[in-house]
Design a protein around this ligand. Structure first.
Ligand code: MRU
Length: 351
């Protein structure tokens, strides 16, 4: 069994908890957390114990089911009201990844469609919806990875930013899926993983996942990307994303837009990988995507045994928007979208 055949998020056998791997402890410790209360789930999402756009969507799906089992009301109206409140609470945990609010919206719509049923029947619908969100993600990641393999060749050097692997999704991942699938098929890629300041998802998670799978990975600081590109070591940049606007602007981990600007300068293709559930046509451009700002302590003190800077103000946007003009292609489970993205993204959603 490959490392990525296991799930980073799942429902416990007794169905009372969502089980996650605490990603804040990786790579040094692998600890499973059993999340049973709404507060525990909210805390796990907001402090990035579970993270990555698809993974928080899957977590939210199971969370809606788990919490629905704790709502005792037998009056269906009241039950649905309480469920909506829980959904709003979870959605507020992180604003940028559309997968979180979309998964919650999907659960609530499924529940409301059965408003004439009993609370027990609605719970069953919620469980099925959560399982579907999860199974669909597994399927989408595999399809995305297959399409990705048409974009690269054996021996290519690939730069990654943040983590878009199994921990952030299901199984293969999005941005890393092509690399895992290609490696299973005997292709040898050389991956350069940006460490991804300030929370080090590239160093702690991408380097860990690739190394565990026996893939050639070299860790670099974010500000070394230009150096490796200039040296001719990079043939493509692969990233995941948290939300795609109708015009192809994409929000992803802070620093992604810098990598895209560098790629353009050096004439290197810049590919974005995501399930179609990450496309949000209600956002006309990146300007409509809400950006999460996090506590400055993540820059100054987290991961340092003593503060790395004096107590000055810190600005900590968790995401940035990559302009569509910098993106070579957006790869979803429905195929490879090329510019003009206005047209190709809409087309891909119809499939
Ligand atoms: O803050 P994070 O770690 O949740 O940010 C995650 C990313 O930016 C990922 O690249 C994105 O969610 C895609 S995951 C397949």
């Amino acid at each position: 069994m490959e490392y990525y055949d296991t799930d980073s998020v799942r429902l416990s056998d007794d169905e009372n908890s969502v089980i996650i791997i605490d990603q804040t402890l990786l790579p040094n410790r692998t600890k499973l957390l059993y999340l049973s209360s709404a507060e525990e789930i909210f805390e796990a999402i907001s402090s990035l114990r579970v993270r990555g756009a698809p993974a928080i969507g899957i977590c939210a799906g199971y969370a809606m089911y788990v919490i629905s089992r704790r709502i005792s009301s037998s009056d269906t109206e009241e039950f649905l009201d309480k469920l909506s409140q829980v959904g709003e609470y979870f959605s507020s945990a992180r604003p940028t990844a559309v997968n979180l609010s979309a998964a919650i919206g999907r659960c609530l719509s499924a529940a409301r469609e059965h408003k004439n049923g009993s609370a027990a029947e609605i719970r069953e619908i919620l469980k099925q919806t959560a399982l579907n969100i999860h199974l669909e993600d597994i399927h989408m990641c595999l399809k995305i990875s297959e399409y990705g393999l048409t974009l690269v060749k054996d021996g290519d050097g690939i730069l990654t930013h943040c983590n878009a692997g199994p921990l952030a999704t299901s199984r293969y991942g999005t941005g890393l899926g092509t690399i895992f699938l290609g490696s299973e098929r005997g292709l040898k890629f050389r991956v350069y993983a940006d460490e991804t300041r300030p929370l080090l998802q590239g160093a702690r998670l991408t380097a860990y996942e690739l190394d565990k799978a026996g893939i050639d990975v070299t860790l670099i600081c974010d500000n070394m990307a230009s150096f490796v590109m200039n040296e001719g070591l990079i043939q493509a940049v692969f990233t995941g994303c948290d939300r795609v606007a109708a015009n192809g602007d994409t929000a992803n981990k802070i620093g992604t837009s810098g990598a895209a600007i560098l790629a353009k300068h050096y004439g290197i293709p810049f590919y974005v990988f995501c399930p179609s559930t990450t496309i949000d046509l209600s956002c006309r451009s990146g300007k409509d995507i809400p950006i999460e700002f996090r506590d400055g302590s993540e820059i100054r003190t987290m991961f340092f045994s003593s503060p790395s800077a004096p107590e000055v103000k810190c600005l900590n946007p968790a995401f940035d928007v990559t302009d569509h003009s910098l993106i070579t292609a957006i790869v979803t489970e429905n195929g490879i979208c090329l510019p003009p993205f206005e047209k190709s993204l809409r087309g891909s959603l119809k499939k």
